[in-house]
Design a binder for this molecule. Sequence first.
Ligand code: ATP
Length: 308
Amino acid sequence: MIEVQRLTKQFKDTLAVDDLTFSVTPGLVTGFLGPNGAGKSTTMRVIVGLDRPTSGEALVDGKSYRTLDAPLRSVGAMLDAGQVHPRRTASAHLLSLAATIGAGQGRVREVLELVGLPDQARRRVGTFSLGMRQRLGIAAALLGDPSTIILDEPMNGLDPDGIIWVRSLLRHLAREGRTVLVSSHLMGEMAQTADHLIVVGRGRLVADVATHDLLQGPSSALRVRTPDPLRLTDAVTGAGGTTDAGDEGALLIHGLTAGDLARLALAHRIEIHELVEQDRSLEEAFLELTNHTTDFRAQTSPERTVLS
Ligand SMILES: Nc1ncnc2c1ncn2[C@@H]1O[C@H](COP(=O)(O)OP(=O)(O)OP(=O)(O)O)[C@@H](O)[C@H]1O
């Protein structure tokens, strides 16, 4: 469990984190989402004791990081995958970290296996691709078998296979009951990865919401195909719903559940050829969430929507 309470971090002229409060619960993947410069990394650095808060606090399992009995066994973090001596082999790098927590060669082999790098153990890290460095960073975070895992932008630079791999690893770690906090500035990526989202902008909390609730908001719609759209539109209007034209001749229906619509179609003996519950788009969800602030303008493609 991570509890960030009224956290503020001021760097000279920059207010990086501004009175931020949220909790990260075990058993879920929690996405930490916000545009570049929103304060995500600073918050994570405070959680793992690398930066001191100006005010407020960040607790892991009820304690500040500096007062945890065995911090590296409680919290595994990857805050900067680039911070590895390039001439070291992957295995030597992990062994040096393992030594600080009393783990040995066996655990190093296990984590290399877990992140899909068992054959690269003797390779120098300087020759690694960005994706391999990310995997090595994740391996280092997992060395101490921690109950809390904090990863800053772990999907940066990964190819689609790598992204799918990180996603399933995070879900697996959460299912084991761990607390998993993972940051990203990519909305689509987090919507597909996280069960819960903490959204920040300019150091402040913008939303603390279940991903499902965010996408299932009031503008979600039913997408329907029927050979009789005019009669269906009349029936839907009569039942208090509204319709819009969808693409490829489909009708979009708002204000009714799928069950309502099925019963309505049956009662009016209208054929339905397709009925799909359609989540609202990420763009809609975030524009609503962020109240159209320019900080969170969503850029086109839903898969790669970026908070700018
Ligand atoms: N050590 C520092 N000294 C001065 N300013 C800093 C320092 N670290 C971060 N900042 C500033 O604090 C703000 C928040 O930065 P932070 O890196 O926490 O944001 P972020 O959401 O992680 O963004 P990104 O996705 O770009 O890493 C930025 O304006 C940044 O320039």
